[in-house]
Design a protein around this ligand. Structure first.
Ligand SMILES: NC(=O)c1ccc[n+]([C@@H]2O[C@H](COP(=O)([O-])OP(=O)(O)OC[C@H]3O[C@@H](n4cnc5c(N)ncnc54)[C@H](OP(=O)(O)O)[C@@H]3O)[C@@H](O)[C@H]2O)c1
Length: 296
């Protein structure tokens, strides 16, 4: 049996929709059976897909890494765990979540954990440490097989970083840098392909970055906007003033900085994306970006 966690989230809901109707799949979410919680519905467009997927599947289990005492029941009978990273927190919070999930998987007799990590070129990002900690924890497990899906930054995330302002200017400090962004849909396809055939991907680390790096000028052109990048200091101030909690400020600032300074444009990365998509072309990240901006 395959258990997928985080199915109310944007990536998890896409995975769940692809697995709908399979009797050997169970969906895990903090919001099991109460899918209309504020957290689940926060995922707006994705919450509907997630609910539809849940309705089509026989089982939804409560999976909350912040409640480790519930995990033995959640993981009972599971052979493969697709552990969707539960980011958005300080390193100690995220590591504790993932550590609890992996320890519980070991105790429950799970054979294989597939983990959605962060691309190797993302090591300068403030949120890289918790991913690398989790990778190391899995690789040091004496009982688990594992596969690490090192997901590149989403094209949909770029829509948040480079949305035009009221004067139709993209002011995000991307400099002259570019991002080898990848569509969430593609990452969901890869996660499904790997998690439904884990033995073929045993103890492998896959880099999943896009093939076409996108820069501020190109993003602006696609939207009929202008590109007028501000400074990192401006962005940091704006994020802090937006009501973000403290860890979110370096998250955003380090993302701009890593893009602007050329660390995330895919140079030198041998991406496994196309191969794991069965040889098909990845979705066009620019199209995904434009659609995500227009949908707000
Ligand atoms: N590559 C990128 O560009 C990028 C961008 C943003 C985030 N990420 C990472 O990739 C993950 C998936 O991305 P996403 O777009 O699907 O993010 P998302 O929409 O924010 O979904 C994250 C999901 O993680 C689950 N989660 C959070 N806390 C949890 C906990 N304590 N126990 C169990 N599950 C928990 C939740 O699922 P339920 O509500 O169903 O419990 C939540 O909806 C994120 O969590 C983050 O680590 C990657």
């Amino acid at each position: 049996m395959l258990l997928v966690t985080g199915v109310s989230g944007a990536l998890g809901s896409l995975v769940a929709a692809r697995l709908a109707g399979r009797a050997d799949v169970v969906l895990g979410t903090r919001a099991a059976d109460t899918a209309d919680t504020a957290e689940a519905s926060r995922a707006a467009g994705t919450a509907e897909a997630s609910r539809a997927a849940r309705a089509a599947l026989p089982g939804t289990r409560r999976v909350d890494f912040d409640a480790p005492e519930t995990l033995p029941e959640a993981f009972a009978g599971v052979d493969t765990l697709l552990l969707v990273s539960a980011g958005y927190g300080e390193d100690d919070t995220v590591a504790a979540r993932h550590g609890a999930a992996i320890s519980a998987a070991e105790r429950a007799g799970v054979r294989h954990v597939v983990y959605t990590s962060l691309s190797g070129d993302g090591d300068h990002l403030a949120y890289a440490l918790a991913h690398r900690w989790t990778e190391r924890r899995l690789q040091r497990s004496t009982t688990l097989d594992w596969t690490i899906l090192r997901n590149g930054l989403y094209a949909e995330l770029l829509a948040g970083l480079a949305a035009p302002d009221a004067e139709n200017r993209i002011t995000g400090p991307l400099g002259e840098g570019r991002l080898a962004a990848v569509a969430r849909e593609d990452l969901a396809d890869v996660a499904v392909a790997v998690a439904t055939d884990p033995a073929a991907h045993r103890n492998r680390v896959y880099e999943l970055v896009g093939e076409r790096p996108l820069g501020g000028a190109e993003l602006a052109e696609a939207l009929g906007a202008t590109y007028a990048p501000g400074t990192l200091a401006d962005a940091r101030t704006a994020v802090a003033a937006s009501g973000a909690v403290p860890f979110q400020v370096p998250m955003v600032a380090s993302t701009y900085s890593a893009i602007a300074h050329g660390f995330l444009d895919g140079t030198g990365v041998e991406s496994d994306l196309r191969a794991l998509l069965g040889g098909r072309e990845p979705l066009d990240a620019l199209d995904v970006f434009v659609k995500a901006v227009r949908e707000g």
